[in-house]
Ligand binder design. Sequence first.
Ligand SMILES: Nc1ncnc2c1ncn2[C@@H]1O[C@H](COP(=O)(O)OP(=O)(O)OP(=O)(O)O)[C@@H](O)[C@H]1O
Length: 306
Amino acid sequence: MTDGGEEVLKVENLKVSFNHGSTRTEIVHGISMAVHTGQVRVILGESGSGKTVFVRSSVGMNPRHSLVDGSSTFCGDPITFDGHGGGGSHFGKDIGMIFQDPTASLDPMYTVGEQLCEAIRAATNITSAMERRHRAVSLIESVRIREPEKAFDLYPHEMSGGMRQRISIAIAIAGSPKLIVADEPSSALDASVGVHVVHLINDLRNTAGTAVLFITHDISAARIIAAKPSDRVSVILKGNVVEEGPASSVLHHAMHPYTQALLGCEPSRDVVRGCLSVVPDSIRSCEQWGSLAEIEPDHFVALGSR
Ligand SMILES: Nc1ncnc2c1ncn2[C@@H]1O[C@H](COP(=O)(O)OP(=O)(O)OP(=O)(O)O)[C@@H](O)[C@H]1O
């Protein structure tokens, strides 16, 4: 399960649970995975499968009141599960986060330029305000917003949703991070703007070698972002990985019935068939699939129930 690049994030047997009164509910049941320099790992699964809880916990941004077990390392350093990014030292600089809703990650009271300058101040050792401004404008340009000088002075509400998402990407890359965590970055945008945002993240890993952990329920977005031979996909069902392997295998020759059902739900296929597909309840309701087994070289599938 490796790639030629440096191992940026390594997660081993991560379990996440929440206390509800006197009962503890486990949401993530022992997931392991790694992401390397220049590699995209897609975390694919339906809504509620535990993608966000798993990924956020793996970088030390576990939700409040969660209990995390297992281990995670960032460039070899252990991450502590304190809910603030493992002590906060990596966040904003070495790890950039892009969320589903850009409105929630931008402050309506400040211009995007001010917010970018603040991100640059926090993530770099640039002390001159003028230099920070130059860097902010060049970041705005790098996410392909026209007239970056003008955009610098706009408030978030003066921008379209696609522009706001580009600004949140610019903020995420302000410290030239080694890892970008993108949580459904295109799902709040219309289809064509969403595709541009996915391409933009892909360009970042191509030019800067950034490792990308990309959460999605959208097969089309997964196919766009995970197009290199070293890219991998982990398919999550109810807090377990049921299939893991090279993106080209998992997204084109899925072997687990759940992944096959997810691929069968792709809207373009439904249009051709003239009907809407759904994941059968019999697959989703299986309580525990077996452990991952290597079904073909480097392609792991959980078959049979425990
Ligand atoms: N802070 C929390 N306290 C208790 N339960 C939580 C908390 N956060 C998430 N959960 C539960 O964890 C489960 C997985 O949620 P998660 O957000 O990880 O799903 P997801 O796969 O990312 O879905 P979506 O694509 O809709 O965001 C859900 O059942 C959710 O109710």
